[in-house]
Ligand binder design. Structure first.
Ligand SMILES: Nc1nc2c(ncn2[C@@H]2O[C@H](COP(=O)(O)OP(=O)(O)OP(=O)(O)O)[C@@H](O)[C@H]2O)c(=O)[nH]1
Ligand SMILES: [Mg+2]
Length: 298
């Protein structure tokens, strides 16, 4: 049988539900989800192989106006996915007030994808009739497409969306082994689960100033030994992260550990450390050292 395969990029403003949608489509929690904007910082790939078709979903950071270097890297991750993918899904959140795509270059790039672009209006479970109507009107007038209406949370419309996307993929051998779900390393997902827990436990800037790196992962031990470092931008944030008598970091550690245990299916000992890395979000050398791609690397 001739198989089909390709990349399906999920793009849209921050917080529209891209990561929730990818997890729902592949039936596995791979990409982290929080109620706050700018949760996803890098592309996360999730694979669904079914009936001779392999869809490699690419979850992307939200389309935003970058205000510092990390956000430039985030936007570039999303924009390059628009160009590179075989199929692009623009996700629109009808409950948001602003235009579903920042104008200019991004909108042009989306339009340039022609029939490879599909639009889904998400969160239909909580949107009002008038919000839905406004979102659908925007899709018709700006992109001349009729959007699908979905809810990544309730599952409404996802079978139809999945079928449409699979039908658009080109004839191709599979890009990854048939049983694979993820492409990135376990270490990456461990870092992401710790970051997700930071979003849940800390207010304001702290989650945005935090980046996590696994420094040691000893799988042969039981429980698995994981040493991870949370870098923050300022000494004061280190204090907040640790909390009075270490109470806050203890809570962070046990919350993250439970998620990691569920992900790897084994018991885990999580050894968490915090270190200030002054202004890392704005400094090219530090961003590179942390593994973010900058500028032409996308
Ligand atoms: N009610 C409802 N909530 C949704 C739906 N899809 C996503 N959400 C919620 O919207 C919030 C953001 O979801 P994410 O999946 O993190 O959004 P995202 O687009 O990946 O966000 P960034 O990574 O920050 O760009 C979370 O609180 C989700 O639970 C939906 O269909 N219905
Ligand atoms: Mg996301």
């Amino acid at each position: 049988m001739q198989t089909r395969a390709g990349l399906v990029a999920l793009v849209g403003l921050p917080n529209v539900g891209k990561s929730t949608l990818m997890n729902a489509l592949i039936g596995e929690k791979l990409s982290i989800v929080t109620p706050r904007e700018q949760t996803t910082r890098e592309r996360v790939l999730g694979i669904l192989t079914e009936d001779g078709v392999q869809a490699v979903f690419v979850d992307t950071p939200g389309l935003l106006e970058p205000r510092y270097l990390l956000q430039e890297s985030m936007l570039a991750e999303a924009v390059s996915a628009v160009t590179d993918a075989d199929v692009v899904v623009l996700l629109v959140d009808p409950t948001r007030r602003e235009e579903p795509v920042p104008g200019g270059e991004v909108l042009e790039r989306l339009k340039a994808r022609g029939d490879a672009l599909r639009v889904a209006v998400n969160k239909v479970d909580i949107a009002s009739e008038s919000q839905l109507e406004k979102a659908v009107d925007w899709c018709r007038s700006e992109l001349a497409v009729e959007p699908l209406r979905i809810s990544a949370v309730t599952g409404q419309g996802l079978d139809e969306l999945g079928a449409v996307l699979r039908s658009l993929l080109p004839e191709s051998p599979f890009l990854y082994p048939e049983d694979d779900l993820a492409v990135q390393s376990v270490r990456f997902f461990v870092e992401e689960l710790i970051r997700e827990t930071i979003f849940e436990e800390y207010a304001q800037e702290v989650p945005y100033s935090a980046v996590v790196r696994v420094e040691e992962y000893r799988e042969a031990e039981d429980p698995i030994y994981i040493r991870a470092r949370v870098f923050v931008e300022r000494e004061s944030q280190k204090g907040i992260l640790i909390g009075k008598g270490g109470a806050a970091i203890k809570k962070l550690g046990s919350g993250a550990r439970e998620k990691i245990e569920a992900f790897v299916g084994r018991r885990v000992y999580l050894d968490l450390w915090v270190k200030p890395l002054a202004g890392w979000r704005k400094k090219e050398n530090l961003l590179r050292r942390l593994g973010y791609r900058i500028g032409s690397e996308h």
